[in-house]
Design a binder for this molecule. Structure first.
Ligand code: PHE
Length: 428
C-alpha cells in the first residue's frame, strides 16, 4: 500500500480535506442564520467533545488496519462490509453535489480573471454550471488517479499553503475596513440565550462534523497511508486548529466586508456568490480580491473533493484489486452521471423533486442525514465490533485521556448522533 512521504504530507492532506467550502462559505452563512456569535459556543463544544475524538478514532483505525473503509469494516466482521459500502455511497452522493458547488467557485474564479461581471442567477440559469461541474469532476478524478504521493500529496502541498496565505492577506486588508468592528461584534459576541434553541445545537453539530470531514471514513483512508511513528493526538490537534482557524479567518473577512458595504449578513447560501461579489465591485482592488477569494474557495473545494473521491477509489481497489487508474475512471464516470441532476437543478431545466431543487434536496437529505448516520456507524463498529487490540495502538497519550476518549467514542458520541438523526427524521 502507498504511504505519504512524511507525517507532514498526511497532515496537509487531512487539512486539505477538512478546510473546504464548509469553512469559508457554509460556516459564515450558518453563523449568520443562527444569530451570530451565539452559535460559536455549541460549535466549539461539538468540535472538541465529539468531532475530535471521532477523528482520533478514525486515524487510529486507519493506521492500525491499513485498509480502505470497506475492507476495514470487513475486518470487523464480514457481514458489516455492507455498511462500509453504505458509507461509500453517502460520500459519493455528497461528492456529486459538492462538485457542482466547486464548479460554481471555478466559474467565478474564471469570471474574476476575465474581469466579467455575471449575476449568480444569470449564471445558474444558463448551462454553464454543467460545464464547470464536468471540469471539476475530471480534475478531481485525474489527481486521484495519479496516486497518493504523486497526485494527492503533491497538489495539497501547493494548495494548502496558498489557501492560508490568501486568507491571511484578505483578513489583513479587512482590518482597515470600517465594517471590521461591527462585523466582529456580530460574528464573535456570544448571545447565550440562543443556546436554548435546539435548532442551533443540531446546526452546530452538523457543521462540526462536516467541517472536520469526520465520520465519513476519510481519516480511516488517509490514516492508512500514515507513517508508523506519528503522534495521532498531536496530528488531530493540528488538523482541528487549522480548520477552526480557516473558518474564523474566513468569517472575519466575510463579515467585515458585509458590514462595510451594508449587505445582508444572513444571506445564507448565496453569501459567497451574490453578496460578496457586490462588495468586490465596490472596494478598492476589488478585482484582485475577487480573484484571490474565488481561488481560495476553489482550492479548498478541490482538496476536499479529492479526499471524498479517495474513500471510494481506495475501497474499490481494496475490494476488487483493480488498478487505481481504472477505479478512478469508473468513479469519475459514475460521479458525472449522479452529479448531472444537481448540476441541472438551478439551470433552465430546473430539475425539482416535490418542489425542491435537486441540489438543495440532496443537501437536506444525504448532506444533513447521511453524515450523522455514517459517523454513527463508524463509532459503533470500531468501538463495539472490533477486536480490542485496535484501540491499543491508538495514541501514546495519558491514561485519563484514553479513558475519556473511550467513553466519548463508545457511548456519548453514538448516543448524540442517534438523537440528532432521530430528531432530524421527525423534523424537530
Ligand atoms: N470538510 C469539507 C468542508 O469543510 C467538506 C467535506 C465533508 C469533505 C465531508 C469531506 C467529507 O468543506
Amino acid at each position: 500500500m502507498e504511504r505519504w512521504s512524511s507525517n507532514l504530507g498526511f497532515i496537509l492532506a487531512a487539512v486539505g480535506s477538512a478546510v473546504g467550502i464548509g469553512n469559508i462559505w457554509r460556516f459564515s452563512s450558518v453563523v449568520g442564520q443562527n444569530g451570530g456569535g451565539a452559535y460559536l459556543v455549541p460549535y466549539f463544544l461539538a468540535v472538541l467533545c465529539f468531532a475530535v475524538p471521532l477523528m482520533i478514532l478514525e486515524m487510529a483505525v486507519g493506521r492500525h488496519l491499513r485498509s480502505s473503509v470497506v475492507s476495514s469494516f470487513a475486518l470487523a466482521g464480514e457481514k458489516l462490509k455492507i455498511f462500509g459500502w453504505l458509507i461509500c455511497l453517502i460520500v459519493l452522493l455528497i461528492l456529486s453535489y459538492y462538485l457542482v458547488i466547486m464548479g460554481w467557485t471555478l466559474a467565478y474564479l474564471t469570471f474574476s480573471l476575465l474581469g466579467r461581471d455575471i449575476a449568480f442567477s444569470a449564471f445558474t440559469s444558463s448551462m454553464q454550471p454543467v460545464a464547470y461541474f464536468l471540469i471539476s469532476a475530471l480534475a478531481t478524478g485525474i489527481i486521484v488517479s495519479l496516486g497518493v504521493r504523486e497526485g494527492i500529496e503533491r497538489i495539497v502541498s501547493y494548495l494548502i499553503p496558498l489557501a492560508f496565505v490568501i486568507l491571511v492577506v484578505l483578513v489583513i486588508f479587512c482590518l482597515s475596513l470600517p465594517g471590521f468592528r461591527p462585523g466582529m461584534d456580530f460574528f464573535l459576541r456570544p448571545d447565550f440565550s440562543a443556546l436554548a434553541r435546539p435548532g442551533v445545537w443540531s446546526a452546530a453539530f452538523g457543521q462540526a462534523f462536516f467541517s472536520l470531514s469526520v465520520g465519513m471514513g476519510i481519516l480511516i483512508t488517509y490514516g492508512a497511508y500514515m507513517p508508523e511513528n506519528t503522534d495521532i493526538g498531536k496530528s488531530a490537534l493540528i488538523i482541528t486548529i487549522s480548520d477552526i482557524a480557516a473558518a474564523l479567518l474566513a468569517g472575519t473577512a466575510i463579515f467585515s466586508l458585509v458590514f462595510t458595504f451594508g449587505l445582508q449578513p444572513t444571506a445564507g447560501a448565496e453569501l459567497a456568490f451574490t453578496t460578496l461579489p457586490k462588495a468586490f465591485e465596490l472596494m478598492p482592488y476589488g478585482s484582485f480580491f475577487s480573484i484571490a477569494f474565488f481561488a481560495l474557495l476553489f482550492s479548498a473545494a478541490l482538496t476536499s473533493a479529492i479526499s471524498m473521491m479517495e474513500v471510494n477509489v481506495a475501497s474499490i481497489i481494496g475490494e476488487t484489486g483493480m488498478t487505481r487508474r481504472k477505479a478512478s475512471l469508473i468513479l469519475t464516470i459514475i460521479l458525472i452521471i449522479t452529479g448531472l441532476a444537481p448540476a441541472l437543478s438551478y439551470s433552465q431545466v430546473d430539475l425539482r423533486f416535490q418542489g425542491l431543487q435537486i441540489l438543495d434536496l440532496m443537501d437536506e437529505t444525504v448532506g444533513t442525514m447521511g453524515l450523522p448516520i455514517a459517523a454513527f456507524l463508524v463509532a459503533i463498529i470500531f468501538k463495539w465490533f472490533m477486536k480490542p487490540d485496535v484501540q491499543k495502538g491508538m495514541t501514546g497519550t495519558a491514561e485519563v485521556w484514553l479513558c475519556t476518549l473511550n467513553f466519548l467514542t463508545k457511548y456519548a458520541i453514538p448516543a448524540v448522533l442517534l438523537i440528532i438523526t432521530i430528531s432530524t427524521l421527525i423534523g424537530l
